[in-house]
Ligand binder design. Structure first.
Ligand SMILES: Nc1nc2c(c(=O)[nH]1)N[C@H]1C(S)=C(S)[C@@H](COP(=O)(O)OP(=O)(O)OC[C@H]3O[C@@H](n4cnc5c(=O)[nH]c(N)nc54)[C@H](O)[C@@H]3O)O[C@H]1N2
Ligand SMILES: Nc1nc2c(c(=O)[nH]1)N[C@H]1C(S)=C(S)[C@@H](COP(=O)(O)OP(=O)(O)OC[C@H]3O[C@@H](n4cnc5c(=O)[nH]c(N)nc54)[C@H](O)[C@@H]3O)O[C@H]1N2
Ligand SMILES: [Mo]
Length: 764
């Protein structure tokens, strides 16, 4: 059974077309591409009905990224091209039913590409893969829940069950899911955040006592300097570009720190402004800092060192009042930066002193500074240290906890932040466990559960686990595809609660279930009537989301109903006071309970329904730093830069413009000038010359880690504006190359942006 599709897929190397990347993002073409995707897939009526309710007050929350909606006025088109693609993929008219599974064996399906999988449409009925079977067959909901209960009943301990969550689950579903897991007796709650912003959460917790960002949209609009670091908003958070545009028009300086010159940050044409649809555009980034892959920690230390030198030379650049009143560890930080040489720092970040000076001058002359970042910082061995070094710069300047300044980790999945607030975490604080015990009268486990990487290692080493996933595509999203495949195959049962077919349904345990659920856009009617759910965006705003269009199939259940159905059977003999029936009937009863367990959710039912929702209290915003020291901590970290070993290059795995994580909507990456192909290696032309490669030559890519070798075959290399010795490939294809043990120190996030590789020409 292939874990990844190979050269057999219909689209490989059929239509590659490379052109010069455009010099702006947005504009009229966005409207065209959005409509093409939405209308092409969903049929005119479903798409239009869905899009008119997208991100409107009283409508449903966009299931794409976690960028917030404006607090005040909203335009009739409060969505972006990629939000429209997400909706088109969810509201598609195509369907996968029992007949589809009878016609296609698992092997056949596994050979097809991720793009093909997405094209097949929505899952419509529960399916089971019986032991030894080659095809999935239908199963009733009741029998499916019974199978999960009996397999979990066979386990020697609850810790042999693993409950994964992807960040699309609503607060209500997430709260019930962690409750089921803990009432069963384990904290094994890995989630997509483990592969995503875990490094940010940990670093911010250590530095400022809260694992979330500290700014609002309003702060961004009032900032003097905005750094956009290791992030490609033109593709992954397109609505962020309108915010950056507004900030820019008010005079903000925007700095992009990235190995790639991403089109969205070069210039932006607002798709809803008539003049800009006709070709005008706002140049965005004032300064592009072309840091080599993984050079950021050295860059941030260099800026810090330069600022401290300025201070020593008599200029006041350090905010001493803030440092004295609110921080700890300044002396150690200063000493550490003093002891590191300029030669070492400049070599590690491979930048000119003039760039360091320019950035330091920006920090020295302004105080309303915001740093935004995403996966370019979090998915490296030194990610936690890097984010702490970035936070140190804000502490030096007192650029946190005031208007127009602060930290802005830009979240990925639309409700990944809310899921964590609801307790999806292998290691919640003691107060949370105590509150669950008080509310539900069961003994809550205290032992720390598995994160994603630990869960994979555990399933690989110990046959017979039960693996349940609330959304997501565990096999393709996690590192080391072959290793993870073995881990999943080792399970006695794998269960996926999903909307669309994906590779995790095909690489299974001895038995497997696909439990199809409603998507965000769809009406959710339960015994007490129509239900709504709630989500928390990247800036800590909690608001309601009400699906509007009819479900893709009558046989679908909501995530909440599936969790309740499962829980009733799985926990049948457990002693606890949890009324699953009531939760399923009326979701407002879930919110009543959340109100008592999670601080900040008082009057949840009422507040979430207010237009625009409500902000959760974030102490760091008020300069209250809830760390052990009671102060914001300067972090002192040794410089730990991953440089390619001789003869090797450093691989970053990134998203194209036509995908949402492992869901592939199309084969183009328009803003990088790529059409028709995903099996691409982006390489500097000097490296291509050195390796005797011509454009579009076929190559295999090998990765190396502690004496281990991994390989993925058959890619085409193309020359690209990327620093020397760095290459880029798309995930999930390249995930086969990410070593399971190559993770960020502290957070265990797979270091999928700095992998040691060799690229070899294929001999035909
Ligand atoms: N349309 C769409 N939207 C999405 C997603 C999607 O797949 N599609 N995914 C969602 C999710 S879950 C997430 S987490 C976010 C991801 O959003 P991003 O983080 O923007 O996604 P990536 O494609 O991983 O891009 C990483 C960026 O970091 C840069 N980079 C790589 N290595 C380094 C480095 O060492 N230093 C610096 N400074 N930069 C580096 C890359 O060049 C690239 O611009 O987007 C969310 N939104
Ligand atoms: N190499 C490499 N690997 C990475 C990354 C990288 O940059 N490089 N990025 C990482 C990041 S940031 C993340 S967040 C993870 C993402 O990891 P996941 O969250 O596990 O993956 P997704 O691709 O977002 O999940 C897609 C699947 O979710 C299901 N789905 C969609 N909508 C719904 C819904 O409303 N309800 C339910 N129940 N299911 C739904 C569909 O069946 C779809 O196939 O991947 C990580 N993996
Ligand atoms: Mo993510």
């Amino acid at each position: 059974m292939p874990t990844r599709p190979n050269e057999n897929t219909p689209e490989t190397f059929e239509k590659l077309n490379v052109s010069t990347p455009p010099n702006k993002a947005g504009g009229a073409s966005v409207v065209y591409h959005a409509m093409k995707h939405a209308i092409g897939k969903a049929g005119v009526v479903r798409a239009k009905d869905a899009l008119t309710k997208l991100n409107q007050k009283g409508g449903f929350d966009c299931p794409s990224c976690a960028w917030p909606d404006p607090d005040g006025h909203r335009s009739a088109f409060e969505f972006c091209e990629n939000g429209a693609k997400a909706i088109a993929s969810e509201t598609t008219a195509a369907r996968i039913d029992a007949k589809f599974f009878a016609e296609h064996s698992l092997v056949e399906l596994a050979e097809m590409s991720d793009y093909w999988h997405d094209q097949q449409g929505r899952l419509t009925e529960p399916m089971v893969l019986r032991e030894g079977a080659s095809h999935y067959s239908p199963i009733s909901w009741d029998e499916a829940f019974g199978l999960i209960a009996s397999e979990i009943g066979e386990l020697a301990s609850a810790d042999e069950a693993i409950f994964y969550t992807s960040g699309r689950a609503s607060n209500e579903a997430a709260f019930l899911y962690q409750l089921l897991t803990r009432a069963l007796g384990t904290n094994n709650l890995p989630d997509c955040s483990n592969m995503c912003h875990e490094s940010s959460g940990l670093a911010l917790n250590q530095s400022i006592g809260v694992g979330k960002g500290t700014v609002s949209l309003d702060d961004l609009k009032n900032a003097e300097v905005i750094l956009v670091i290791g992030q490609n908003p033109g593709t992954n958070h397109p609505r962020m570009l309108s915010t950056l545009q507004q900030a820019k028009e008010k005079g903000a300086t925007i700095v992009s720190i990235n190995p790639l010159r991403e089109a969205g940050l070069v210039a932006f044409a607002h798709p809803q402004r008539v003049t800009q649809m006709l070709g005008g555009k706002t140049p965005l980034a004032d300064l592009f800092v072309r840091v080599p892959t993984n050079g950021d920690q050295a860059l941030f230390q260099a800026i810090g060192k330069r600022l401290l030198e300025m201070e020593e030379s008599g200029r006041t650049v350090v905010d001493s009042d803030f440092i004295n009143e609110f921080t700890a560890g300044y002396g150690e930080y200063r000493a550490a930066l003093k002891s590191i040489s300029w030669a070492e720092l400049l070599d590690a970040c491979d930048l000119e002193m003039s760039i360091i000076n320019e950035l330091a001058e920006l920090f020295a002359s302004k105080t309303r500074i915001i740093s935004c970042w995403a996966m370019g910082l979090t998915q490296h061995r030194n990610a936690v240290a890097t984010i702490r070094d970035l936070t140190n710069l804000h502490l030096l300047r007192g650029a946190i906890g005031k208007k127009g300044a602060g930290m802005c980790p830009v979240r990925g999945h639309s409700n990944v932040q809310g899921d964590r607030t609801m307790g999806i975490f292998e290691h919640m604080p003691e107060w949370f466990y105590a509150a669950l015990e008080k509310e539900f009268k069961f003994e809550c486990p205290r032992e720390i559960g598995f994160n994603a990487v630990q869960a994979i290692r555990d399933m690989k080493a110990n046959p017979g686990r039960v693996f349940v996933a609330l959304g997501g595509n565990f096999l393709s999203a996690t590192p080391d595809t072959e290793y993870t495949a073995e881990a999943l195959r080792n399970c006695r049962l794998t269960v996926h609660i999903s909307t669309k077919l994906n590779r995790s349904h095909l690489i299974t345990g001895k038995q497997a279930l696909i439990l199809p659920c409603l998507g965000r856009s769809e009406k959710d009617v339960q015994a007490s009537g129509e239900q709504w759910v709630s989500v928390e965006n990247s800036m800590g705003i909690v608001h309601s989301s009400s699906g509007r269009i009819p479900p893709a199939s009558e046989m679908l259940k909501s995530e909440v109903a599936i969790i309740c159905g499962m829980a009733k059977k799985v926990l049948k003999d457990r002693k606890c006071e949890i009324d699953w029936e009531r939760f399923e009937t009326d979701y407002s009863t879930i919110r009543e309970v959340v109100e008592r367990v999670v601080p900040g959710f008082e009057n949840y039912n009422e507040k979430a329904r207010q237009p625009g929702g409500f902000y959760l209290y974030n102490p760091a915003k008020e300069r209250v730093f809830e760390t052990a020291s009671g102060k914001a901590n300067f972090g002192v970290s040794e410089l730990d830069i991953e440089k390619p070993e001789p003869g090797r290059m450093l691989l970053m795995t990134i998203r194209s413009h036509d995908q949402f994580n492992t869901t592939v909507y199309g084969l183009n990456d328009r803003y990088r000038g790529i059409r028709g192909e995903r099996r691409i290696v982006f390489m500097n032309s000097e490296d291509m010359n050195r390796l005797d490669l011509n454009a579009e030559d076929e190559v295999d890519v090998y990765s190396y880690f502690k004496g281990e070798e991994r390989v993925t075959r058959l890619y085409q290399v193309i020359p690209y504006d990327i620093p020397k010795s760095c290459i880029a490939m798309y995930f999930p294809e390249a995930n086969t190359l990410v070593p399971i043990d190559h993770t960020a120190k502290g957070s265990e996030t797979p270091a999928s942006k700095s992998i040691q590789v060799e690229v070899r020409k294929r001999v035909s």
